[in-house]
Ligand binder design. Structure first.
Ligand code: 5AD
Length: 433
């Protein structure tokens, strides 16, 4: 199984290489010592992660080539937007014309989109986001894996089912060996090129132990590693970067400091943002975003959330619904409608059509069975598969009935590949433009 297409190095300019993928050129940062023009490589998130032999590369490319162009045709067909002017809301028509002409929209226009209610207007909004996704990103779709290594947590986020005060939950902490084996298997057996290691804010691992685990995974497997262990000191982030981690997944949850305070007793938004900024400064790729449907959250807050995700120069943006967990203070929170999240995905695409990588979250999939398809057709270009060992997956119960909580990795792969093929997407990650 292969999630990335090999590319051919065309030029090397200090640390950056230019890589050719079926005629399309992308830049990637190289950390391998022995790379030369003409070599074949895999790149992820803008990093060269592995050199592969020309024989192997050409073999993979030969099987991909035909399918790749076939998929591309289908994607282009599906993403064409016929702006059906007749009977269309004129203001919406004007906004969509403007955004497809590459112009920035005003705050008021973004709010107008968030407020759309009529179904055909919403569909046109999503379709236009899909059109922009295809224009700037082609049909590549990132498929990353996540391993939830521990559900111990020392924090008490009001929405979270693994918060420290949630009682009756069986807690687990994967051992060093289990984590390494799971990650190496995900890369070697299943072909993942990018993995996230996630846990609650667990003091049960020291930064030194985590660094040791990361180092060992990097020795044994060519993979882009993201960490998601909650808030950390800059020094610890540095230690994990030195060990080989290159991405940080950390949502700011909400851009509104008051809401933040209400749902994170004793914590401040600015401290969380500082962690994200520290990581960015150290060279980490940032994946961030927030929760939709928080108590007291307005559409202005949501628009601010999207702006904040963009301002933090996210490599990838992650927004999902806040799903009430019965054993948390937010047990009675109403579930936000699916459209509220699809609108956010589409708006993220509108705000940064060229650079944004937008993920369809498990949260969205949990509240809507067809969410992946809908999200990918509303501007998103990325998904994450859960590669946590099945015995632990159910215990990582941040909210109830998480999508894919009892599906094997093989089943998840078969499903995503079939979905992507049906909408003309290739499960590749061609890295940053
Ligand atoms: N609903 C949706 N997302 C949640 N998370 C935690 N609890 C919930 C919930 N009840 C998300 C938070 C956190 C991520 C790891 O999981 O956004 O950052």
């Amino acid at each position: 199984m292969c999630y990335a297409i090999p590319g051919k190095v065309e030029a090397i300019d200090d640390k950056f290489v230019t890589v050719n993928y079926f005629g399309e050129r992308k830049k990637a940062l190289n950390e391998l010592a022995d790379l030369a023009v003409g070599d074949y490589i895999y790149a992820q998130g803008g990093f060269v992660i592995e050199k592969i032999s020309p024989l192997e590369a050409e073999d993979i490319l030969a099987t991909w080539r035909e399918l790749f162009f076939e998929l591309q045709d289908l994607d282009v067909r599906l993403s064409r937007v016929e702006l059906e002017k007749q009977g269309m809301d004129q203001k919406l028509g004007h906004i969509l014309d403007k955004v497809t002409a590459g112009k920035d929209l005003s705050r008021e226009e973004y709010i107008y989109l968030l407020d759309l209610e009529d179904n055909s207007s919403k569909q046109l909004f999503y379709k236009t986001a899909n059109f922009l996704r295809q224009r700037y990103h082609g049909n590549a779709c990132c498929v990353h894996g996540i391993i939830e290594i521990s559900n111990y947590c020392g924090s008490n986020c009001a929405y979270c089912g693994i918060a420290e005060t949630v009682s009756g939950l069986q807690r687990y902490r994967m051992s060093r060996q289990e984590i390494i084996e799971t990650a190496v298997e995900a890369v070697e057996k299943y072909g993942f090129k990018a993995l996230v290691l996630q846990s609650g804010e667990d003091k049960g691992y020291t930064a030194g132990e985590l660094a040791g685990i990361i180092k060992e995974i990097k020795v044994r497997a060519a993979v882009l590693l993201f960490i998601s262990f909650g808030e950390m000191e800059k020094q610890e982030l540095q230690e994990l970067y030195n060990a080989g981690a290159r991405g940080l997944l950390m949502r700011f949850e909400t851009s509104n400091p008051q809401i933040y305070r209400q749902i994170h007793p004793g914590a401040e938004l600015k401290d969380r943002l500082q962690v994200i900024r520290n990581a960015a400064e150290l060279g980490y790729l940032i994946v961030t975003g927030g929760l939709i449907g928080l108590p007291g959250q307005t559409r202005d807050d949501i628009l601010n959330d999207i702006y904040l995700a963009q301002e933090l120069s996210s490599e990838m943006i992650s927004f999902g619904p806040c799903i009430p967990h019965p054993q948390t203070p937010l047990a009675q929170l109403p579930l936000p409608p699916e459209d509220n999240i699809l609108k956010v995905l589409a708006l993220c695409r509108f705000i940064d059509p060229e650079k944004a990588n937008i993920v369809v979250t498990t949260g969205l999939e949990t509240i809507s069975p067809n969410a992946r398809r809908k999200g990918l057709l509303a501007g998103a270009n990325s998904v994450m598969l859960n590669v946590t060992p099945l015995e632990y997956r159910k215990l990582y119960s941040i909210y109830p009935n998480r999508a894919h909580e009892s599906e094997t990795i093989a089943k998840q792969i078969a499903e995503i590949v079939s979905l992507l093929k049906s909408i003309g997407r290739a499960p590749t990650d061609l890295g940053r433009v």
